[in-house]
Design a protein around this ligand. Structure first.
Ligand SMILES: [Fe+2]
Ligand SMILES: [Fe+2]
Length: 141
């Protein structure tokens, strides 16, 4: 299990939390498929992930824009870099299949990036969302 979502990673927006859970599940399956050189399993997972991260990043960026989140620009820049790295993995996979080099890159770059990003950058956004929710809860009382 390369990635495991726990409630400590909650961003406080159900749509985003559900997407993170799905993302972790699929990336974990992708890594497993790559490690077993299972091209027929890996290919649809990569197709899914390519589209899914676009929607997921857009959802987070929408939340950041709506709340006027001060860390929005560097956060979105991390998203762009990840999407570009995932496209490279995808192209390399299409060209050469699940080579040992690609599996290593997937593990050391893609999975590591995702873990670091969700555990720090997304969790920081989550703290901001939770603080806003608490403040508006107090205001409503
Ligand atoms: Fe995220
Ligand atoms: Fe993010």
């Amino acid at each position: 299990m390369a990635l495991q979502w726990t409630s400590t990673l909650s961003v406080g927006v159900p749509e985003i939390d559900a997407q993170h859970q799905e993302l972790f599940r699929r990336v974990d399956r992708l890594l497993d498929a790559m490690l077993h050189h299972d091209r027929s399993e890996a290919e649809p997972l990569l197709d899914f992930l390519r589209a899914f991260v676009v929607d997921h990043f857009a959802a987070e960026e929408r939340v950041m824009a709506e709340l006027g989140y001060p860390g929005a620009a560097p956060h979105a820049e991390e998203h762009r870099r990840f999407a570009a790295a995932l496209r490279e993995v995808d192209q390399e996979f299409l060209a050469a299949g699940p080579t040992a080099d690609l599996v290593l890159r997937l593990e050391q770059q893609t999975v590591a990036w995702l873990r670091d990003h969700v555990y720090s950058t997304d969790v920081a956004l989550g703290r901001f969302v939770h603080a806003r929710q608490a403040a508006s809860g107090r205001a409503a009382c």
